[in-house]
Design a protein around this ligand. Structure first.
Ligand code: SF4
Length: 369
């Protein structure tokens, strides 16, 4: 498997918790940026001729904030310069405050067959508190345009003042609207974002409170038929995100656009996070890469184990042996011994026990030593 990621870095307004590479005052250059993205698609496509890609993902930023014809043109360019597998999964992230019927129709014509909607919470006062531009009602309008489509909904935990009742309302809204997939993840208060001040002031729920909300949400999702396949990801049968599964299986991917990262041919590449520098590089005919690193075998082994343990699929001893010609429990013997009581052995596969998946970071940190 291999995936294609395209970064659309524009937003209407910066959310208070956001530390993604996104710009809310640069939509004036959206047309020029998208033209550069088309050029990068051509450059990379020529370089990676011969590889087949199974998924395409438009992320951001807010891909739905730009003219939908730009997305259409980007997909046309992908089809022209890349080889896609039959029935590729093509996803676009949507912000409910930026969609309409016309946009959805153009996305579908472009070949987009999966939508990822950022709801976060069903409580309007919390949406406002987070700096989101939409209401719960606008989420419902967005999902009404996607009746029968394969869509996912993001739910956030750890919002100021959030109760179990709020989590219940949010999950019920998402499930009731027909989401086939729900991502439920904890708010990270990153240094440098406005919400970090709330964190420093002790206004956000602490780790134990978030873990309690998570357990509550997980049980409710299970009741509603959403199975967990990764710590933050739950879905109806057969609706896993193929694009994300590829990341977790350490598959290859090519990222294009400002700040996008790639992993192919044993190297990890990162594009510049500077919008103007990105466009200058592309216009001069250069890849906007600021870092290119060959992955050493010991790093590859660590990545393989770490990514495997994040999911319910765990680490397969046989698969590991096939890739690295060694035994993963021996390669990580000290960490394995220390974390064994958190792990479940199922034949050839080792995975983190269900009840510990949410605190996986503490477990995985042992493997990083
Ligand atoms: S919509 Fe997403 S990318 Fe844009 S500011 Fe909010 S969190 Fe950041």
């Amino acid at each position: 498997m291999a995936g294609i990621y395209l970064h659309i870095p524009f937003c209407k307004q910066k959310c208070r918790y956001c530390d993604f590479v996104s710009f809310c005052n640069r939509t004036d250059v959206a047309e020029a940026y998208m033209a550069c993205l088309l050029k990068e698609i051509e450059m990379r496509g020529k370089e990676l001729k011969g590889k087949t890609f199974d998924t395409v993902y438009f992320g951001g930023g807010t891909p739905s904030v730009v003219d939908p014809n730009y997305i259409y043109a980007a997909m046309r360019q992908i089809k022209k310069y890349f080889t896609l597998a039959p029935r590729p999964e093509v996803t676009i992230e949507l912000n409910p405050g930026t969609v309409n019927e016309n946009k959805i129709a153009i996305y579908k014509r472009a070949g987009i067959n999966r939508f990822s909607i950022g709801l976060q919470t069903a409580i309007d006062s919390q949406l406002e508190e987070l700096g989101r531009i939409h209401t719960a009602r606008e989420y419902l309008y967005c999902t009404s345009l996607l009746k029968g489509e394969n869509f996912s909904t993001d739910v956030m935990l750890g919002i100021k003042g959030q109760s179990k009742e709020d989590v219940r309302k949010t999950i019920e809204l998402a499930a009731g609207s027909g989401a086939k997939h729900i991502s439920m993840y904890a708010l990270q208060a990153e240094d440098g974002t406005p919400i970090y001040t709330d964190y420093l002031n002790g206004e956000l729920p602490d780790e134990d409170e978030v873990a309690e909300l998570y357990d509550y949400g997980r049980a409710l999702l299970a009741e509603k038929g959403y199975a967990r396949y990764e710590v933050s990801n739950f879905c109806k049968k057969g609706r896993e995100s193929r694009h994300n599964l590829n990341y977790w299986k350490r598959g290859e991917y090519v990222g294009m656009g400002v700040s996008a990262s790639s992993f192919f041919s044993g190297r990890r590449l990162i594009n510049t996070t500077d919008l103007d520098e990105y466009m200058k590089c592309i216009l001069s005919g250069f890849f906007p890469v600021i870092d290119s690193t060959e992955v050493r075998e010991e790093d590859a082994k660590f990545e393989y184990v770490m990514l495997g343990l994040r999911t319910v699929y765990g680490v397969s001893a046989q698969e590991y042996r096939k890739q690295f010609a060694s035994d993963w429990k021996k390669d990580f013997s000290a960490a394995y011994r220390k974390t064994q009581h958190f792990l479940l052995e199922e034949g050839d596969v080792t995975r983190i026990k269900d009840e510990y998946l949410f605190v996986q970071n503490q477990i995985l940190s042992e493997y990083a030593k």
